[in-house]
Write a new protein. Structure first.
Lengths: 140, 140
């Protein structure tokens, strides 16, 4: 399988994307995922297992008697957020049959977020037409 | 189907993502897609048809005798670039069995691009922990 096929096999299904999106919003506990997403418990169990096995989430104890665990994004899982947020927003804007009911905003001020590319050398934001692919010198 | 299911049905397959990524890089002609991607002609034909039917690309004549067409991203297709670029980069960094051979850079200066979220009110870049979902007032 190519890299993009492996990536899609891991995160390219509806429930996995919705579980990750809920985790980005700060949801961590099994019952909270169920209530927030309206997802069945067996489906949620399977998706959380897959995400933990792939290293995108980790099980962290939050209570010892009786033992209880919550699910936290790892750095690898958090690194997916620009992709998931962009895909979900594009879908809401372009593929929805009903207007979206939620907007994603910058929490401190409430302004709808924007996405794009950033160059730290030039300190500018830019769009896709200013992207170039170059051979990785480390591999040359 | 939910919105995210419709979105994945349209763009959640390997070749569609690779065709879009090539188009972001400025590839527009059938033979150039074939050469760049090593994609079979029937698969490429099917993917381009799907993308044109969905309004992500459009067929534009570039020669009249004989008639020849190239494939250009529409604004709807271009709007997918943050999602596709983020997904492919995350895969290259986290799911690849071999080091990636290409880096995506800011064309004018060659610095590797960064992605994140931007607030135009505060004029700051921010990460996923500063995102909040709010009910859309227009739908209330």
């Amino acid at each position: 399988m190519s890299t993009i096929e492996r990536t899609l096999a891991l995160v390219g299904d509806r429930w996995t994307i919705l579980v990750l999106r809920a985790a980005f919003r700060g949801i961590h506990r099994f019952d909270d995922f169920c209530a927030d997403l309206g997802i069945g418990r067996p489906i949620l169990t399977a998706r959380l297992r897959k995400l933990v096995a792939a290293g995108l989430m980790e099980r962290v104890p939050y209570q010892h008697h009786p033992p209880r665990y919550e699910y936290r994004l790892t750095p690898k899982g958090t690194a997916l957020s620009p992709a998931i947020v962009a895909l979900v927003r594009w879908g809401d804007e372009n593929m929805s049959t009903t207007p979206p009911t939620t907007r994603l905003v910058h929490a401190p001020c409430g302004t709808e977020l924007e996405q794009g590319f950033w160059c730290k050398t030039c300190a500018v934001r830019f769009g896709p037409t200013a992207i170039r692919g170059v051979p990785d010198a480390a591999q040359a």
